[in-house]
Design a protein around this ligand. Structure first.
Ligand code: DON
Length: 524
């Protein structure tokens, strides 16, 4: 079963499984296919995380998050008045050293079974020409102004300065060449060879910082997954430099202390869940960062006794205010896919350029976009980033450091420790709360996976001190009841996450692509 944000990429994954590939083979092939068909999230110019569980029960977490260039500095994104600038979001300075090619190759070396070139071949075919559908045409249209700023992006993505209309046959010859080089020579060509040269030339063209040394030094890193227990289930998720596993763990630990949760959609339910989210995000924003740079009290944050303390501070009738701050931006684009192969190996993969189409900069001659992941740092500690997250020194910019992520690729086991669910989503900070809610909907609210994914979501990230809910997601009476408890309710127009999830049921495996977006679920 493969669930991804693009039907063509999902098909590539299933084809690889049918060829006898395992979950990691399929994950690598889907990643390269997404680079071609889902360029807004991509991404060989970005990075990501894989949480993988073998059928035999070995669980690993791979970190191929981007790293700051060595020359990056603490205050590179603030102006003389100490205010954040847009340079962490748009243009060459916004990019961290891409991790995807190194990470995918590392995962394949450890677990892959099919030849590397076999996994890249479908992406090459798609780059030779595929038909743009309406969802992707819309995505390009909505970021037209960003792409038009950079000549190579304008040439690649826009036709007469507009998005290619649905039905356009889209050919990406530079990307064909790039993928062929990666297929022939592996990560070496990307980090030391011809593609590295093109990336560095692009940086010099636009005043960016990434050097040949930065590329040469980049490594994907195996991390110990976060293991959580929740009402008899075990959940594996991503450790720092993602905040996903820890923050979800705190939320679930707080909620586990209630014998049962109030009914879905009630004010009592929204109150408890958002108060748990608020407390977990306060810790996230204060403590978490790249484990190679900061010491983090993870054992304490994830202990049941700490959760009990936090729970005891929740007033059942009133929201606990946090200081007001400026509101944040809207969710942009990242992508998650979930795979289970016929052996029962499972891969949860979340990967990102950060914002839609990343920094907007296409590497001239190489045909791929670079990320704007530098904005995931606290570019100005104490000031909100593009997701409105207010973070501290633990996540300040430093050379070679990895910026804190919210990506939460997760694997859930049942009480007998067998594979039950694979789940993840894009959505900036709403990633953590969206994944958590799908798990709560299935485990506590006893919803089917389809209902659990479709159900309207809520979100709280401590600052700004607002309780978000999706458009029409709560009844007027519930909203009024929450306002009376002191919640500042904020109805979000945009979608909250694009879940891609797989669940084992008595009737077999179920795959669900979020109805909020045009993805695809396919099994055989
Ligand atoms: O790593 C992170 O947390 C962010 N770069 C994710 C951004 C994201 O999900 C945007 N997508 N909707």
């Amino acid at each position: 079963m493969v669930v991804s944000a693009h039907p063509l990429a999902t098909q590539v994954g299933v084809d690889i499984l049918k060829l006898g590939g395992n979950a990691i083979d399929a994950a690598v092939a889907v990643a390269f296919a997404l680079e071609v068909v889902l360029p807004d999230a991509g991404n060989i110019g970005g990075g990501g995380f894989i949480v993988h569980r073998t059928a035999g029960g070995e669980v690993t977490a791979l970190d191929y998050r981007e790293a700051a260039p060595a020359a990056a500095t603490h205050d590179m994104f603030v102006d003389s008045a100490g205010n954040p600038t847009k340079k962490s979001e748009v243009g060459h300075l916004a990019s961290g050293v891409p991790g995807s090619v190194a990470g995918l190759h590392e995962a394949w070396q450890k677990y892959g079974t099919l030849p590397w070139a076999t996994l890249i071949a479908p992406a090459i075919r798609l780059a030779q020409g595929h038909v743009v559908d309406s969802a992707r045409s819309r995505e390009i249209a909505s970021d037209r102004e960003l792409l038009a700023q950079f000549p190579a992006s304008r040439e690649l993505y826009l036709v007469h300065d507009s998005a290619p209309p649905p039905g356009t046959l889209w050919r990406q010859p530079d990307l064909v060449r790039t993928l062929q080089l990666i297929s022939d020579s592996g990560p070496d060509v990307f980090y030391r060879g011809q593609i590295a040269d093109l990336i560095v030339a692009e940086m010099q063209r636009g005043g960016g910082l990434i050097t040949k040394d930065d590329l040469r030094r980049y490594r994907a890193k195996w991390r110990t997954p976060i293991a959580l227990s929740y009402r008899g289930h075990t959940i594996y998720s991503m450790p720092p430099p993602s905040s996903g596993g820890v923050t979800m763990g705190e939320i679930l630990n707080i909620l586990e202390g209630y014998d049962s949760l109030p009914a879905f959609g009630t004010a009592a339910y929204v109150h408890l869940v958002t108060e748990a989210m608020r407390r977990a995000f306060i810790d996230r924003n204060r403590w978490l960062g790249d484990p190679d740079f900061v010491d983090m009290p993870l054992d304490r944050l994830l202990s049941k006794s700490y959760a009990a303390t936090l729970r005891s501070q929740i007033d059942p009738k009133h929201a606990t205010p946090t200081p007001p701050q400026a509101a944040g931006g809207e969710p942009m684009h990242t992508t998650h896919y979930s795979i289970v192969d016929s052996q029962g190996n499972a891969a949860a993969v979340t990967t990102t350029l950060n914002g839609g189409f990343g920094s907007g900069v296409t590497v001239t001659g190489a045909g791929f976009l670079l990320n704007n992941e530098m904005d995931d740092f606290a570019s100005a500690p104490g000031k909100p980033n593009m997701y409105g997250l207010v973070q501290g020194e633990a996540n300040a910019v430093a050379g070679n450091k990895r910026m804190l992520s919210a990506m939460t690729p997760s694997i859930v086991l049942d009480s007998a420790s067998s594979l039950e669910m694979v789940v993840g989503t894009p959505g900036g900070p709403t990633i953590i709360t969206s994944v958590t809610q799908v798990i709560l909907n299935v485990l506590d609210q006893k919803m089917s996976l389809a209902d659990a994914v479709a159900a309207p979501r809520i979100h709280h990230q401590a600052l700004p001190d607002q309780t978000y809910y999706e458009h029409g997601g709560l009844s007027d009476a519930t909203v009024r009841a929450l306002q009376a408890m002191g919640h500042k309710m904020d109805e979000r127009r945009g979608r909250s996450g694009i879940i891609a999830a797989i669940q084992k049921t008595a009737g077999g495996w179920v795959g669900v692509a979020d109805p909020r977006y045009a993805g695809g679920a396919l099994g055989y």
